[in-house]
Design a protein around this ligand. Sequence first.
Ligand SMILES: [Zn+2]
Length: 533
Amino acid sequence: MNLLEDFWLPVFRSDGSQTKIAPWQIAETDNPVIDLAAPRPDFQGALYQFLIGLLQTAFAPEDEDDWQTCWKEPPTTDRLKTAFAPLSTAFELTSADGPAFLQDFSMPDGEQKPLASLLIEAPGGKTLKDNLDHFVKGGQVEGACPSCAATALFTLQTNAPSGGVGHRVGIRGGGPLTTLVMPQNAQSTLWQKLWLNVLNCDDFDASPEDFSVVDLPWMTETRLSDKKGVTTAPGDVSELHLYWGMPRRIRFELTDLKEGRCSLCGEQTSELLTHYRTKNYGTNYDGPWSHPLTPYRVDPKGVKPSLSLKGQQGGLCYKHWLGVSWQDKSDGDTAAKIIQHFNGARARFIARQGGVRKIPIRLWCFGYDMDNMKARCWYDHQMPLLNVPDAYRKNFVDCVHQLVVAAKDVVASLRGQVKAGWFDRPADVKGDTSMVEQSFWHATEPLFYELLHQLSIQPENTRSLPPEIARQWVKTVRGKAEELFDEWVLSGNAEDMDMKRIIKARQLLSKKLHSIKSLKNLDQIAKDCKEVA
Ligand SMILES: [Zn+2]
């Protein structure tokens, strides 16, 4: 199967039908494709990145004018076919002895593994041995069709966690977050969804003319990283490694292809792939790689290297909004390059195309929550992206920061007092209280985004948090914290409750909610509101 020529990408068209297309069909205008239809959410994220990487490699716009032209009028299928053609030789999924997509250039030997091990949640050998695979059941995946096998391979290479001695992590670390710019309207075309995430050549510091098919990591000998080997930093290889990183040495086994049903999508195939070979000490990415689709934590002093943001236990919520969509000065979290680029000229252009009301844009954030080598779960979250004028941006971000800091302070108190209500010696009790925190983030999220919208449309010369916004926020976070305390602490078995302990914790919570500095600041601002009124 050739991944640039054959029909392998599962998609939905605008009439609701599901089919498989070749990449050059992504911008068809007759019954256009509106979304990918991968059989798993991590595959969906991976296929988006596959196509974005392909456009960036073979069809990147020269400048923003060029980008805008293709936004207004998508390229024809012939134009895309011509653009992708020079890369075709690199996108054969299987090959007896030549190069094969995202697979090691020359690897005649290696440890044989079942195809299921390609999946990121697959238990490692040791886990199976220790019979610890409660979360991830082993042995359910017998084989995959070429379409799912290609996607699983891309998913692993782009997200690779450490896989034991010498099995290297992905170019942005193990299990990174990915953030994409998405039109809110699900009916918008796949072309629009992809094109919003392609940088122009001025911004990616390279154009398709600078790339050659041999720059793809699997088209030459792998840069081994064993004792005699090397690390691979930016400048050692093409920038293309960012989109096509290949930390793992893998080759699909072709000797046992058989007829069968794909365990992942359920389709019948005559080429069921069931095994692959792998070896350690593949490309060891090191140094300041910065992936355009991933947010990073940047050291404000510029001393420590930037680290990609990862999925975390407790999930994604609006407390991450500043860090993934602009910049969070409290921890240095900084939006991905593609989001930063959107927040500039591109957001203004899209707004002019029919006003923000017609084409609202969202940020789609996804990634695994990895516990070292194991995937605990998959997070998928959508957040608003706002068009804020340059002159107001700094003050806008400061205002949002005030709201988030207050909410974080409330969460800390709520968590502490819920534990104090539950246990005699809360400090000695370890355990996951993330569900208490999540309930607070969830309960206050609708108002947060509503206030965010209100903040974004304030006059450009707004210098501080508007009193009415401060008033609504402080009232809601306090009220929700008390409500949730009651829910969590009083919902247990009445006989097990120590009411004296509970009342004490509840009183302390109320006291804290009125003494936390960030909330008192909001009170002060809200008071001004009444005085003005
Ligand atoms: Zn399949």
